[in-house]
Design a protein around this ligand. Sequence first.
Ligand code: ADP
Ligand code: MG
Length: 275
Amino acid sequence: MSDLLTNSAQHGGQLGEGYGRTKPQGADFSHGIALYLEKVSVWFDSFRALNDLSLYIAEGELRCIIGPNGAGKTTLMDVITGKTRPTTGTAFFGQNYDLAKMSTEQIAEAGIGRKFQKPTVFENFTVMENLLLAAPRDKRVKKSFFSRLAPEAQLALDESLQQIRLQEFIHKPAGLLSHGQKQWLEIGMLLMQRPKLILLDEPVAGMTDAETERTAELCLELKKNHTLVVVEHDMSFIDTISEKVTVLAQGAILAEGTLAEVQANEDVIEKYLGR
Ligand code: ADP
Ligand code: MG
């Protein structure tokens, strides 16, 4: 392992280019927008989980999404990641990727990474093994488990470990980590794919106060190099990380603005915060 670490340290930022791989075209953010959702509705039978929702996320933005249970927050992430198809409306990643026409795998490869509510780390594997399992494989070598890592995976590993700050636990089985550490490991696994857009669904649910604070720091660090969409209920966490906040209720946008602005909004008080 130390080989990997030294190797990528020596090569600095130069890994990831060349090596004869065909470079994917990549998402086109030239208009400054990473994600376009236009008039998206999702129907489950006659029930509208999303109702004519339009949402634009700028490149480099950290958008927080709040709202009552059942508002459609997770469904929104399902639409972005291809797990659920919009019944009507369009969803684009950059100007060129029509998400409704792509598989979940293609969407992940295009640069959208998602952390689900529940951590899904491999408990019997160490922190390091979990990260390596999440690394992109060298596609020229058609073997699965521990087949050769793509060259850029070495750099991703260093960066990922540094960001989630689990270096001292790299040889610990993930099952022995605290709940918060498991969540960070899962974020680290997602970073191994070097996503451009990161979706986090209730990342601090069940965390201690200290873990929540650390997760806020992590989000702010991730913001330097990624576009983020974060769904959360924890208002002090939202207060720490948020710029623009979108409030969802009944599948539609109730309000948008700073946290202070949406908290002062009458509709939001009535339908979400309560009096
Ligand atoms: P949130 O994450 O904001 O709590 P969800 O997006 O999970 O809300 O759910 C929105 C609504 O859609 C809920 O009423 C939920 O029961 C419903 N729903 C979500 N997924 C499905 C599904 N696959 N089939 C039927 N109803 C669903
Ligand atoms: Mg949810």
